[in-house]
Design a protein around this ligand. Sequence first.
Ligand SMILES: [Zn+2]
Length: 293
Amino acid sequence: MIRSLALFALVLSGCPSEEPEPEPELPPKVLVIGIDGLRGDGIGGAETPTLDSLIDGGAWTMTATTQLGAPTVSGPGWTSILTGVDADKHLIYSNGGWDQIDRAYPTFLKRASDLGFGTGAAIHWLPIHVDIIEDDVLDEAVPNADDDAVADGMAAMLTDFDLDVHFVHLDDVDGAGHSSGFSIENPEYVAEIEEVDGQIGRILDALEARPTRDEERWVVIVTSDHGGSGTSHGGVTDDHRLIPLIVAGDGVSPGELAAGSHLDVHATVMKYLGHPPEASWGLDGVPRDLGDS
Ligand SMILES: [Zn+2]
């Protein structure tokens, strides 16, 4: 009798007078989607329901810039996106010279991995996997010179694993530009953008179908390494330098950004992970709109 009274008192005291527990913050998850050779006007010139849905709910600009300190080619482009610094720091000025890369400026995948986040990537252009991303940083990797295989690899990664920071590189828009022209007047370039939109749709379907989706908060970032004109790129004109930047997801304030650069991806990822950039990192990009998060 005494014992049950004591239990009754314990239950009473534990109930109505207690402050409600604060909601634990949901774990952050990141997906960065890189579309090689996508001009700033590329999305507007094509039927892209998936990318349009990211733009509708996201912060975006179609006049973001590439890095300014190197030609608008893939080597410095992807190195700048992943490290968040311009070529005068990472020291990659072309699609080669990889042993010059300055590892004082790690990729966001390395930074996240060092902080204990799980990392995964699906990559078409192999130098990103072999030369730019540091060794032993990726928990899961799908290197494959086929965009469909890359997209399906990332979709499977989102379905089968519980990683935190994901990077996917799709290359065929660049291929269409080189073979027939970087222009929204070129039906082949437009068709490839529309194909990539479908591949991204499959990736995002896998993300939304995660059984733990409601217990996670996600940001999806889309950008490119360069645009192009004619059948080439590498110059400093707007045709080559202007690219899309889209930041969409839980906690993002939607609307058009006044400015942006693909150098901002690294800083935005790290801020979303709860580790905003420190001055000592020497980043050349800044976090782009994540609301109050
Ligand atoms: Zn490229």
